[in-house]
Write a protein that binds this ligand. Structure first.
Ligand code: LCS
Length: 393
C-alpha cells in the first residue's frame, strides 16, 4: 500500500517509506559527514544531479531525508527541508524570499525572535517589515505594498492564540502574486495542514510538538511545489542551517506518538482552560476550544482541534502571575512548549522580552499574560496543581 493512502496516525508509523539493504525496522543513524563515491565519474554525477547518490551531510543524509519525506507526507507538500532549529527554518524562509528593497507583512504576534530578527538584523540588508493583526484581513490588505515579497503568518499565534484565516489570506496574497508562509508549530500537522488551505510554505519548530520530548532543538520547512522546494533547499544548504543525523533520529522517534500525545494533551487542556475560565482570580483565558475565543468558529473550521496551548491573565496582573508561576509544583517553569511535560512561562519577560514595548502592546502581549503548555500528565494532578498555586495568589 502506498503510504500516501494511509490515514494520518498510520503515516506517523509507516510514512517514511525508509528501506535499507539490511532491512532495519527503524531508521538508522547515518552518523557520517561525507559519503564515498564509486569513482571520480560517480562523484561528478552526484554533483551534477545525474546520480541521486549522497555527497555530504550538509546537503543531504539518509536519516535526515527519512524525516523530511515523512513530514512532507504529513503536510501534503512536495518536499521537506530539515533545519538545525525552528529559527533555522524561519531564516531559511526569510533569506529565500527577502532581498534588498523587499517588504514582508507578518503577524504582529509571532514567536519573539521571528519578529526581532526582521527588525534588528534584516533592516541591515534593506528589508522592511510591517506587523499587523493577520486575524483581520483588512489590516493585511492595507499593509501590502508593491514591494511586498512575503506574507508571514503564525496561527495560532505565540503567545496570544490569535487565529488567522489561512484560506482568505492565501487568496488575497495570491491575487497579488505574493507567497504565503505559515508557522504551524502550535498545531503540528495533526491539527492543521496549511498547504491544504492554499498556502505555499509551512514550517515548524520541531523542538515542540513534532518531537515532543524536550530533548531536541530542530526545525523543518515543507514547500507545496517543486520550484519553491528547490529555492528553499539551496538556501538551507548554502547558509548551513542543516540538521544533524542524530537529531533527525530522535525527532523520527518522537514523531511516532504525535497523534496520541496531542489527543491527550488537548483533552487535558480543554479541562484546564474550563477550570481557569470559571476561577474567580482569573480575568481572561484565550484557548481556541472555548466559546469565549474570538475566533472559535474559524478555529473549528480550520483546525482539527484546539490544541494544548493556553494563555491567561490573573486579576492581579503580573504580580499575581509571578506568584502562580513560582508556586506550581507539577508544571515546570520553563520556556519552550509542546512536550509531554506541562510548562508555564511569562512571555513579556521571557520568550518575547526582546520585542519592543510598542510591539508587545500592538500584538496584545500584556504584562500579565501567562502561557501554559499542557502536557500529558494526569489531568487531576494538573488541576490540583493550579488550584493550590492559585490559592497562594
Ligand atoms: N516558531 C514558534 C511558533 C516558536 O514557538 C519557536 C520557539 C520558534 C519558531 C523557534 O524555534 P526554535 O529555534 O526554538 O526551535 N518557541 C519557543 C518558545 O515559545 N519558548 O521557547 C522557544
Amino acid at each position: 500500500m502506498d503510504s500516501k493512502d494511509l490515514s494520518f496516525n498510520s503515516k506517523l508509523i509507516h510514512g517514511g517509506d525508509f528501506k535499507d539493504a539490511l532491512g532495519s525496522a527503524t531508521v538508522p543513524i547515518y552518523q557520517t559527514s561525507t559519503f564515498i563515491f564509486d569513482s571520480a565519474d560517480h562523484g561528478a554525477a552526484c554533483f551534477s544531479g545525474e546520480s541521486d547518490g549522497y555527497i555530504y551531510t550538509r546537503i543531504a543524509n539518509p536519516t535526515i531525508k527519512a524525516l523530511e519525506s515523512q513530514i512532507a507526507l504529513l503536510e501534503n507538500g512536495f518536499g521537506g527541508i530539515a533545519t538545525s532549529s525552528g529559527m533555522g527554518a524561519v531564516n531559511t524562509v526569510y533569506l529565500t524570499l527577502l532581498g534588498q528593497g523587499a517588504h514582508v507583512v507578518s503577524s504582529a504576534a509571532v514567536y519573539g525572535p521571528s519578529r526581532v530578527v526582521l527588525e534588528q538584523q534584516y533592516t541591515r540588508f534593506g528589508v522592511e517589515s510591517t506587523f499587523v493583526n493577520t486575524a483581520d484581513i483588512e489590516e493585511v490588505k492595507k499593509a501590502i505594498r508593491p514591494n511586498t515579497k512575503l506574507l508571514f503568518i503564525e496561527t495560532p499565534s505565540n503567545p496570544t492564540m490569535d487565529i488567522t484565516d489561512l484560506k482568505a489570506c492565501g487568496d488575497l496574497a495570491h491575487s497579488l502574486g505574493i507567497p504565503v508562509a505559515v508557522d504551524n508549530t502550535f498545531s503540528s500537522p495533526y491539527l492543521q495542514r496549511p498547504l491544504d488551505l492554499g498556502v505555499d510554505i509551512v514550517f515548524h519548530s520541531m523542538t515542540k510538538f513534532i518531537n515532543g520530548h524536550a530533548d531536541v532543538v530542530a526545525g523543518i520547512i515543507v514547500a507545496k511545489d517543486e520550484a519553491m522546494y528547490k529555492r528553499l533547499r539551496s538556501t538551507m544548504i548554502n547558509f548551513g542551517c542543516n540538521m544533524d543525523p542524530h537529531q533527525a533520529y530522535l525527532v523520527i522517534r518522537g514523531l511516532k506518538t504525535l497523534g496520541i500525545r496531542m489527543d491527550r494533551s488537548q483533552e487535558n487542556a480543554m479541562k484546564l482552560a474550563q477550570y481557569l475560565e470559571q476561577h474567580p482570580k482569573v480575568s481572561w483565558v484565550r484557548y481556541p476550544g472555548l466559546l469565549s475565543h474570538p475566533q472559535y468558529e474559524l478555529a473549528k473550521k480550520q483546525m482539527n482541534g484546539p490544541g494544548s496551548m493556553i494563555s491567561f491573565e490573573l486579576k492581579g496582573g503580573l504580580t499575581a502571575g509571578k506568584v502562580l508561576m513560582d508556586n506550581v509544583k507539577v508544571a515546570i517553569l520553563a520556556v519552550s512548549l509542546g512536550g509531554v511535560e506541562t510548562l508555564i512561562q511569562h512571555p513579556a519577560s521571557m520568550t518575547h522580552s526582546k520585542v519592543s514595548a510598542d510591539g508587545k502592546e500592538k500584538a496584545g502581549i500584556t504584562d500579565g499574560l501567562v502561557r501554559y503548555s499542557v502536557g500529558i500528565e494526569d489531568v487531576n494532578d494538573l488541576l490540583a496543581d493550579l488550584k493550590q498555586a492559585l490559592e497562594k495568589v
